[in-house]
Every structure is written in structure tokens, then in C-alpha cells.
Design a protein around this ligand. Structure first.
Ligand code: ADP
Ligand code: GN1
Ligand code: MG
Length: 361
């Protein structure tokens, strides 16, 4: 593979700057440019097999959002991503099949968090994700490519775990028997949301699908959420995916890769704040079945994420970026611990949602 330096990539976008590694994403490589208001990303083509389609989605979605933001009197350069084109007018630059880059406007004076700093902040994040989804409610879903097939198909994720165990590519399966057993014991109940979607009681919506707290940028001056980022997985899905995934990350009392599981709990105050913000934002469209499945969806998305980390550990760390050898296992364990904790708190979670249910639903 021919070496290519960063300056040559930047030149394609008519930019001359130094690039420094940036952000805590598990998938793409992100670079902030020095003295230059842009953010460069190398798209992970092992994960996103068709970067052309990813970028087509992002252009269409951000164009749609831009119009809504302008109509509401907002600042579209700050409140959504802005794709910077190459000198040739393309929305990404391909060095070769492995190295594909895109450029965004850098959102200044903003920050994202890996842990919530207050219940109010998590409530605000919920409003931001809910608003994001509402702004896409009239986006023509047929225009969207499915950038990762079966992304939130949990039974399919169970199959992928079973495949990983069967192959046992690096001989790790026997060392994680307890985690595998825990996961497989619960596999049977993990089709509840898909079933409701098939029945039509949970509608298909355009969703973000990767609603980690660090995919929301907060204004450093006001503390308010300003922009939802990481739009690679915007696809038709259920709002329960966005709601549940945000909780699995944000309502944990510890980091996603915390080694000391006695620090990892599902925080009901945070669950309540997020649920309140999300329901407030979605109250005009939310269905009774969606409300009913909300507590379960927090567990579902946490379980799904846990078995994805576990499968990746068994596969030899081929999907997620890791910073030390056992990180995927640590990540899997926190998620499974959260699942167990949610099971013991499920009645309280249901009660909280009941209390937050809008009068008409
Ligand atoms: P990944 O897919 O690897 O998670 P993201 O697109 O989420 O990559 O980017 C990684 C981090 O970079 C985000 O969590 C956010 O903090 C920051 N970031 C992303 N886009 C922008 C932007 N346009 N301006 C400023 N910061 C950004
Ligand atoms: C990845 O890209 P990032 O870090 O925001 C992953 C999510 C997982 C998450 C776990 C495309 O999100 O699905 O829930 O890690 N994104 C993709 O932290 O697989
Ligand atoms: Mg991200």
C-alpha cells in the first residue's frame, strides 16, 4: 500500500493544516485541524462497506435538517453537520479502497461528554435526540440506504455471537463462558421490539441508531445541547433503539470499560430524567406500545451492545477500536452487569414510565 501523507489528503479539500487525532469514537478516525475550522474523518470501511452510500445519506439528512433549522431561526452551521466538499465537488475523498476521508465543519465552542455531569444535562440530551428524530419525521425514508444491515436486529446479533463462539478464532471462548451463558440464557426474549415492529404497533421511523451521549455536542458557554453528530447510522428504525441505546451509555454510573463492576449500576434518577425529556419531545407521536416497551428497550439495547462487545472480543477485536488488550471484554462485562441491574429494577422503571405517560396515550 502506498504511503500517503495527511497534507496530500487535506489538499484535496483545498486545506493546508496540521491534523491531530481527536474524539473518543470507537469506529472512525477523527482529526481536528490546527488553526482551521474543520474536522477530518477517515471512514471505517470495514464497518461501512459502502462509504458512497453513507455520504449520500449524510448529505440528504443534513440538507433536510438545515432547512428545518433555518425555518426555526437557528444556526445551521452549528446545529447540524456541514459536509465540506473536495476541490472536485465530491463529498468524500478516496485514496484507495481502504482509505476514505470526509471533511466536516468543526463545531466551535462545543464539547461532548462520556459521562453525564448532571441529571439536567441528561434530560437536555434526551430533548436533543427527541428533537433530532422529530425533525426527521417527514424525511422520505425510501431515500435512505441501509448503511449497516440488521444493525439493531438483536436476534441476528445473537447469531453473530453464536458464530463467533463456533469459530473461536483466537481461542478465547472458553475463558468467557460465564458471560456467554448469561447472554444465551436471555436470548429468547430479545425479539420483542422487532415483533412489535412487524405487527405495526411500534412504527418504523427515521432514527439515529447510535445515541451515545458523546454523539451530542453541548455549547461550552451555555451548557445547552446544540448538535447531534455521528450520522453514519441514520436509517429507518424504532425510536426505542435511540431511547434504549442512550440509556445504556448515559444512565450507567461508570465508564463503558470500567473494570471494577462494583462501580457499575443503572441509575434510576438518570433513567427518569432521560425518559422525561424524551417523552416530552415525542409526546405527540409516541404510541402506547412504544411507551410500554421503553423500560425493556433500555435492557434490550444494553444487552445487544454487550453481546456485540463480547463477540468482538471472541473474534479477536476486529470491529471496535481498542486501546488495551482486554478492553472489549471489559466493555462487554459492564453492559451485562447493567442488564442484570436493570432486571432487578424493572418494576421501578415501569412505574416511572407510567408516571410520565402523557394523558392522551
Ligand atoms: P465515531 O463514529 O468514531 O464515534 P464521531 O463522528 O462520533 O466518530 O466523532 C468522534 C467525536 O468527535 C464525537 O464524539 C465528537 O465529540 C467530535 N465531533 C464529531 N463531529 C464533530 C464536529 N463536526 N465538530 C466538532 N466535534 C465533532
Ligand atoms: C460505536 O461510533 P461510536 O463510538 O459512536 C458503535 C455503536 C455502539 C457503540 C458502543 C457504527 O459507536 O453501535 O453502540 O460504539 N457504532 C457502530 O460504545 O457500530
Ligand atoms: Mg461517535
Amino acid at each position: 500500500m502506498m504511503e500517503i501523507n495527511m497534507k496530500e489528503i487535506l489538499k484535496q479539500f483545498n486545506i493546508d493544516a496540521n491534523a491531530n487525532s481527536y474524539g473518543d469514537g470507537h469506529i472512525n478516525e477523527t482529526y481536528r485541524l490546527e488553526s482551521s475550522p474543520y474536522l477530518l474523518q477517515r471512514i471505517n470501511v470495514d464497518v461501512f462497506k459502502n462509504p458512497h452510500e453513507v455520504m449520500e445519506n449524510i448529505e440528504n439528512v443534513t440538507e433536510h435538517l438545515r432547512k428545518k433549522i433555518v425555518a426555526a431561526g437557528g444556526d445551521p452551521d452549528r446545529e447540524t453537520l456541514t459536509v465540506i466538499k473536495t476541490a472536485d465537488g465530491a463529498n468524500y475523498y478516496k485514496v484507495d479502497d481502504e482509505r476514505v476521508y470526509r471533511m466536516y465543519k468543526f463545531i466551535e465552542d462545543a464539547v461532548s461528554y462520556n459521562k453525564v455531569t448532571s441529571t439536567k444535562q441528561f434530560y437536555d440530551a434526551a430533548r436533543a435526540f427527541g428533537k433530532f428524530q422529530n425533525m426527521l419525521a417527514d424525511f422520505p425514508a425510501e431515500k435512505l440506504h441501509e448503511t449497516i444491515v440488521n444493525f439493531h436486529n438483536t436476534p441476528e446479533r445473537v447469531n453473530q455471537l453464536l458464530d463467533a463462539i463456533k469459530k473461536d478464532a483466537v481461542g478465547r471462548a472458553k475463558s468467557v463462558k460465564a458471560e456467554i451463558d448469561f447472554a444465551l440464557e436471555r436470548a429468547g426474549e430479545m425479539d420483542a421490539v422487532l415483533k412489535a415492529m412487524d405487527e405495526g404497533t411500534v412504527p418504523l421511523r427515521v432514527t439515529h441508531n447510535d445515541t451515545k451521549l458523546n454523539n451530542v455536542m453541548f455549547d461550552t458557554n451555555t451548557g445547552e445541547p446544540i448538535c447531534v453528530v455521528d450520522l453514519d447510522t441514520v436509517m429507518p428504525g424504532s425510536m426505542l433503539f435511540d431511547y434504549g441505546d442512550a440509556l445504556r451509555f448515559g444512565a450507567s454510573t461508570a465508564d463503558e470499560d470500567e473494570k471494577d463492576l462494583s462501580k457499575v449500576w443503572f441509575d434510576l434518577e438518570l433513567f427518569k430524567s432521560f425518559s422525561m425529556g424524551y417523552i416530552e419531545e415525542m409526546k405527540d407521536v409516541i404510541t402506547p406500545k412504544e411507551l410500554e416497551l421503553m423500560p425493556f428497550s433500555a435492557k434490550l439495547l444494553t444487552y445487544e451492545c454487550g453481546i456485540r462487545f463480547l463477540a468482538d472480543y471472541i473474534n479477536g477485536d476486529v470491529y471496535y477500536k481498542i486501546h488495551y488488550p482486554e478492553q472489549n471484554l471489559d466493555r462487554a462485562r459492564t453492559q451485562l452487569k447493567l442488564v442484570a441491574d436493570m432486571e432487578s429494577k424493572m418494576d421501578e422503571m415501569k412505574q416511572i414510565i407510567k408516571e410520565l405517560t402523557p394523558a392522551k396515550a
